[in-house]
Structures are given as C-alpha cells and as structure tokens.
Design a protein around this ligand. Sequence first.
Ligand code: WQD
Length: 321
Amino acid sequence: MTTLVIGGAGYIGSHVVRLLLEKGEEVVVIDDLSTGFEERTKGADLVRLDITAPDAADRIAFHLKASGADSVIHFAAHKRVGESVEKPEMYWHDNVGGLANVLEACATARVRDVVFSSSAAVYGVPDVDLVTEDIETRPINPYGATKLVGEWMLADAERAHGMRTVALRYFNVAGAGWPDLADTLTLNLVPIILDALEKGKAPIVFGDDYDTPDGTCIRDYVHVLDLAHAHVAALEYLRGEERPHRVFNVGSGSGSSVLEVIDAVSRATGETITPQIGERRAGDPARLVCSKDRIAESLGWSSEQTLDDIVRSAVEARRSA
Ligand code: WQD
C-alpha cells in the first residue's frame, strides 16, 4: 500500500509518516517545507510542492499516479487561530483552496481514500460536558470555519467521485512520539509552558475564574503518537466494508485543567512552577472534552497515553533537541 501524506514534514504529519513506514507501507510526502523539516521525512520520498499554487492539482495528480498511491492523508494547512482572525483571506485561500486542489487531484488520479485533519475548532464554544460529533458545529473563528468547510468538501467529493473520506477532529494534541519529532512551534499550552521555563519566565494562565473545579479552562489532551495511530486506524476503516460514519473526534475523553497541565510539567521537569494568573483569552470555552465513543466503536481506537506521558515525552524531546 502506498500513501501520499500531504504536510508530512510537519509535527503531526511526520508522526504518521514514521508510523506508516514502521508498518512497512510505502510513503510519499508532499510538503512545501514552510513549517516542516525535510529530515523528519527520512525513509519516505519527499516532493517539495505548494498545494495552493495554480498548477498544484495537476502536479499532485502526477505524483499520485507516478507513485501508485491508493490513499491520501491531508495535513497541510495553516492552524493559528489568532492569525486566522487577522488574515481570514489567507486561511480561506490556502486551507480551502489547498484542499480543493488535493481533492481534484484525487479525482483525476482515481484515488478513493482520503483522511483529513479537522479540528475541535469546528464546534466553537459548545455548552456540553462531552462533545459528541453530532452536536451543532458553530466555529467562532476563520480557522475553525475552514476546517468545517473542508469536511463539507469531502462529503461533496464522496458524492461526486465515489471517494471514501474520514475527517478527524483533533482536540488538544501534544507530546512527541520520537524525540526528533517534537512540536517546534510555541502555539499551544505545553510548548508555551516549556518555552517560558527555558527563558526563566512564569507561564501565564489565561484566567482562573471559570466555572470549573480549579477555575482554569479544561481541555482534552491527546498524545501525538496516539493521534498518529488514529490516522492508521482511519485508513484501515476506509479500506474495509462497513463505514457508518465519516467524522470522528480524536481525544482522550477526559479533561485536564491548565493548572493540572502545569503540575504535570512540574512533575516531568522536577521544577517548582509558580504561574502568573492573567486575563481570560477571548473565545476560550471553559471546558472542551470529547466523547470518544464513536471512534472507539467504529475505528477500534482509543488513546493510551496519560497527561503525564504526554508532558514527559514533550520535555524529553525538547531536552534532546
Ligand atoms: C489550551 C488551554 C488556554 C496558553 C487550540 C485551537 C484548536 C486546536 C488546538 C488546532 C486553554 C490555556 C494557553 C497560555 C493558557 N488547534 N492557555 N496560557 O485554544 O484549547 O485549542 O489548539 O486544531 O483549534 O483553538 O489550545 O494550547 O492554545 O490552549 O492558560 O499561555 O491553555 O486558555 O484553556 P486551545 P491552547
């Protein structure tokens, strides 16, 4: 089996590439290396290509045919929520336009199976304890909106071209499956805390007056290697007969507060951390924890690693960098 991984030089993509290679699958990576690293794709063929370029659909189709790929996993997209609010056109153009090129290429090359990186950002600020896939989707920023539209595009491609697709709605991804595949961007809580500690600064908690047990926001943290396994399970699901669903949450199903994450970092580093309590950040739901039932039932996947495992792996990867 050959899989084309678009965005395979990035943080999550490179974990999936390595897992597929370890399973003995052939992997071709397409990446423009704008945020990814070539050395993370060792063992796969790397094609440097901007999927938003005017001729991208033809070029992707060429590589699909040349490699004989039978499935595509599509990661390549912008993922900064704040940036998406400031530069919405860039998000619509690149995230949606890039996906349109990928789907057009799949149709041309007659590739049937596509796995797409979606996000819990499609839900917005849901007022439920556990988020199931069928609650209303109400994204509150352009990033989340482009992911939701991406899911609709997959549904259209299924109808038009007989494709089979899965959208994985990631919750809060962190950690490292291999030390050389660490999250190098300081966009999310765990790398932000580690970065602050390295600089001798106190991490900032965005509000401690939420209606949660310790007053800080609760999220569902999932280990990037567990998430990578979910992609492999999604490919197997697409290759099978029964396909009752095409959208799945990917999370642990349990929540951790910001202060609990900071405590986990303290345990992993051995450092005493005294965070600074800051203002609330606009658009933050108090609690965002997924229901994991659907993915467990349909894909046979559930996360295995705890918050301590996640944070420890992130600390170790940073130390070895
Ligand atoms: C986690 C928690 C913050 C930084 C985002 C996207 C989402 C998805 C995952 C891609 C929150 C708090 C953070 C800090 C803090 N991305 N925090 N101090 O916002 O849950 O989700 O990443 O698909 O779409 O929205 O993740 O890591 O920014 O924050 O207190 O310096 O940590 O308020 O409660 P978020 P995050």
